[in-house]
Design a protein around this ligand. Sequence first.
Ligand code: NAD
Length: 496
Amino acid sequence: MSEKMHKRTYIDGVWVEGGSGRLLECENPATGEVIATVTQSSVEDVEAAIAAAKKSFYQTRDWRDMDSQTRGDILLHLADILERDRDELARLDTLENGKPLREAEGDVDDGIHCFRYYAGLIKVPYGGVYDVNAGFGTMHSYEVREPVGVCAQITPWNYPFLMAVWKLAPALAAGNSVVFKPSSNAVLSTIKLFEDFEEAGIPAGAANLVIGPGSTVGVRMAASSDVDMVTFTGSTATGQSIMRAAAGNVKKVGLELGGKSPNVIFADADLEGAVEWAMIGIFFNQGEVCSAGSRIIVEESIHDAFVARLAERARAMTVGNPLDNPDMGPLVSRQQMERVLAYVEKGLVEGAKLVCGGHRMTEGDLAHGYFVEPTIFDACTSDMTIVREEIFGPVVTVQTFRTEAEALELANDTPYGLAGAVFTSDVTRALRVIKEIRAGITWVNCYNPTFNEAPWGGYKMSGIGRELGVHGLEEYQEVKQVNINLTPGVVGWYEH
Ligand code: NAD
């Protein structure tokens, strides 16, 4: 796929020019260059895509009614095609998002595994079977899982390929028909993914792609009464407006939202290990990670040693063109860079102590890109904006505690509840603290590892529902109970 081509909207198995008359310029954030232009979908395109998905699900029914063995086999074939295209997909994410190439390759590998996982899971029968007596006589009762119907899916830009796969793989495996919209900041790997859908033999109308702004295209997807379910990954504010839009026809809603996750480090932790994981926790993917360990909460007695070592490691990080595999690439856009730098300013004004970083990097080859130094703020307090709000960049705050109770109070002092970690060599303390952290994804003595098999999602304002694992498939399924009367005739009214 040549990056300079005009790309198109995919409706009912046909690639069409987006009808909005507006072009989206895809920018490489490492250089500021436009690497592709894409025609944006109109609201009419959205309606057509929804109509195609509706026809696919309720009339044609070829994907929905396909036996799970065959549907799973198509997804396995897709995974093989994606494996063939792995380098191209990874390169597209790096060029558009700015993440180091090896991280993009890891995302694509995870996504391929995700399709294989759900291709297998859909073939596994599960659900309860009960023999009950409900007062009417003996009943045989069982559960049936069915696809929800037409699913609208909307994703952010920080893991363009992987966030698409986390939604598309379970929804398609379950037999739904989908209309998908990526973030305008990163569309190219999704377009390639849909080209591969076509090659794999996913029938027309079962998977449709629209491209364009949330304010027009996304809003229409969330509000349409022909959509049975909307799933969204992005900021909490957008999630709230999607939830309101979904109320019109009480469509099912799945939300994966923002975070401000605590990384709690006790004095008995392995210091060197805790520093390395804390680095991964905040600087992986330039800190543009919903689950980033953006609030370090460290025991007072090791605070000085910990911060000194963390700063030493942060200053030594390489930042550069992500195709060259530095430790960090640029932020995704000028707008995101300016947003992050504005938070740095706010941190300084509100009295946090800047230990390292805090500036845009413009030397040499970085001149036209959106590079920001790895940044550490110390002496932070819970009322500071940089501690309360999601920055979504390479900026971490440090707070200190003396007691376990104080650590937990700081950790949970947030409206978010996506993730959290604890570092300690005391296993009972680790389990006690994890039990008390109000978050959906937690780690002990590590930060960030995630598996397709394990459920992903947030407590509190970080979301509703779960992706990945068995839960991720169940999100895209309705459950029906079927009750069969085994007692001949009418037993009578309730006997109890
Ligand atoms: P965003 O909310 O600005 O946009 C996300 C998507 O929603 C984009 O495709 C956008 O076009 C669309 N959109 C915007 N307004 C809309 C509206 N009113 N109706 C429908 N769609 C609309 O988020 P972003 O800046 O792209 O991504 C960063 C955010 O995503 C962060 O808050 C991050 O924490 C979150 N995120 C969460 C997870 C998770 O798993 N919980 C994963 C990745 C990112």
